[in-house]
Design a protein around this ligand. Structure first.
Ligand code: 2AM
Ligand code: CA
Length: 266
């Protein structure tokens, strides 16, 4: 039997501990290397935080699987009924350049259903969390998206980086067309933080042409528990097993935004 309540409490504590570790490491110079390109970076802290989280998870749940951005856990995720999907540092480029606007993101997925989402922002000491059927919270305050928003009044986040998928969909549609339809665009460079901000009502939607499961898994659970809507650009449920486009939105804005997206990206 899975005790999701216990996992939820542990995941929150581990995310905070990982966040404190990242802040301590920022007191010394950060070394980084390139992964696939000069805009795809990894630091020794990404690896250290992932190792810390993997060790904690396996110590308490040796029969669970883990999908992490840095690939510390090497077994096939398909072999596990319960999976932890973790991004040790989401917003690595911000972590290096700005020392803020990065988060630790953790999700627990059971039989392909998102059960737990945790996003911790160490520099602001903000903990966003959600548990399936139990609501979403920011530092203990319940998050509920209850106010209608129209697209022309909406503040919309997006991620601006080039890759082949973004090229295929047309990055210019997000850069040039979308700003004409709404009040403003914000780009924080940290997908999980931006999804958490949609859940908190700080922005009204987040759109990405390419995200990996570790970028969106925690945010999906939190946003849905706050009453928000999440899908890919085609309006389909996000799968935790591969990269995808992502639309994460205030529920009242979602139908209008999706109608616009479908027409714009057709
Ligand atoms: P990361 O920092 O963990 O790499 C904005 O750049 C957001 O999109 C970040 O959350 C970043 O995650 C993610 N992202 C996914 N694919 C990316 C890519 N090819 N280049 C830059 N950021 C990417
Ligand atoms: Ca990431």
């Amino acid at each position: 039997m899975c005790d999701f309540n216990q996992m939820f409490e542990q995941a929150k504590a581990w995310a905070i501990e990982a966040g404190k570790l990242s802040l301590a490491r920022l007191e010394s110079p950060i070394q980084f290397t390139y992964k696939s390109s000069p805009s795809d970076l990894v630091t020794h802290v990404d690896k250290e935080v992932e190792e810390f989280l993997v060790n904690m998870i396996l110590k308490h749940y040796p029969d669970h699987g883990i999908v992490g951005e840095e690939g510390t856990f090497e077994r096939d995720p398909k072999d596990f009924e319960t999976l932890w999907i973790i991004d040790p540092i989401d917003g690595t480029t911000n972590f290096i350049h700005q020392k803020l606007n990065y988060v630790i993101s953790i999700a627990v997925v059971h039989q392909e259903v998102g059960m737990i989402g945790i996003i911790y922002d160490p520099s602001r000491d903000e903990l966003f969390c959600g548990r399936k059927g139990e609501g979403a919270y920011l530092n203990g305050q319940r998050l509920r998206l209850e106010l209608p928003v129209k697209q022309q009044e909406a503040l919309i986040c997006t991620s601006l980086f080039w890759n082949q998928r973004a090229e295929k969909y047309g990055l210019e549609k997000v850069v040039y067309d979308l700003p004409r339809t709404c009040r403003g665009i914000r780009v924080y460079g940290c997908a999980a933080l931006e999804m958490a901000y949609v859940a908190a009502g700080r922005v009204d939607a987040y759109v990405s042409l390419h995200l990996n499961p570790w970028d969106f898994a925690g945010g999906k659970v939190i946003l849905e528990e706050a009453g928000g809507s999440v899908s890919n650009l085609e309006g389909e449920e996000l799968s935790f097993s591969g990269a995808s486009t992502v639309v994460a939105s205030n529920p009242f804005l979602y139908p209008e935004l999706m109608a616009y997206m479908k027409q714009s990206f057709n």
